[in-house]
Design a protein around this ligand. Sequence first.
Ligand SMILES: Cc1cc2nc3c(=O)[nH]c(=O)nc-3n(C[C@H](O)[C@H](O)[C@H](O)COP(=O)(O)O)c2cc1C
Length: 271
Amino acid sequence: MSRRTVNLRNSYDLANLFHYNTKISPARMRILSRRTFRLKVNRKMIEGMKTYKLSPKESLIDKSFPLVLKERMTTRIYEIRTPILFDIVSTLLHFSYGVSRFQDNYNYRFIASAGGIYPIEIYLVAFNVRGIEKGIYIYDEISNSIKLVKVGDFRRQFHESVSGMNKYYVDNCAFIIVSTINISSTCEKYDNRGYRFINIDVGHLSQNLYLVSSALSLGVVAIGGFIDEQLEQLLNLHDVEDGVALFHCFGKKQQAPIDALKLKLEDYYEK
Ligand SMILES: Cc1cc2nc3c(=O)[nH]c(=O)nc-3n(C[C@H](O)[C@H](O)[C@H](O)COP(=O)(O)O)c2cc1C
């Protein structure tokens, strides 16, 4: 199969081109089947200013699995003033992307991941989480803890990185979880096709975040539209192979009509 090039006419031709050029031909399959690869994880070693050990609690989940699936949905109205308990955040992080089993000298996690590589790092951005200070934390699955990497309220930076209704979700949520990807990790094994897998992994993680939120009756919305560069700068992602794939806003579900919640940012920030 020859590599294909196209004149870019539609805004999605690059996607067509990428998909076409990452197809596996029979000849390529023969080459791939001879390759060997050792399971390894490219961990980002970030030292935090402070470490908080997670306190996941299975007892917080008392729903049946069919009910968790039925109640999985996107929440777009949050109670801005209601803090979320650290135990809830811990349970969410742990069961979404923590270590689920140690087998053959390897830490497997709660998501399926192409090659067991886990190319995603997650950052917790806390605005209103009871028990921890406002700031940006990186999740470390080995110690099952979060490490504080930046102190402060970064809601405005998220507000400015999105548009339209997404601004309301960012303005009213209690915390955000950002999924960042390292492109070279999975692509070292699967070449360019690995990029497909990385995004599938991001989807698995997103589904876990949604399902665990459903189990905890926590509101969640995935946000795919954001100005990449702004969030990359915020998270100090300077390498070309690192990027933000998706983020999720979380908070207590609000029952009131959406108009009741259209608080202005100025009302939220201290004058
Ligand atoms: C990759 C991805 C990106 C999304 N981006 C946004 C977004 O930017 N804004 C938004 O309001 N919802 C976003 N969503 C949520 C979808 O709109 C939502 O899942 C869909 O409408 C189905 O509704 P449900 O989740 O309630 O079943 C996104 C979902 C996914 C999976």
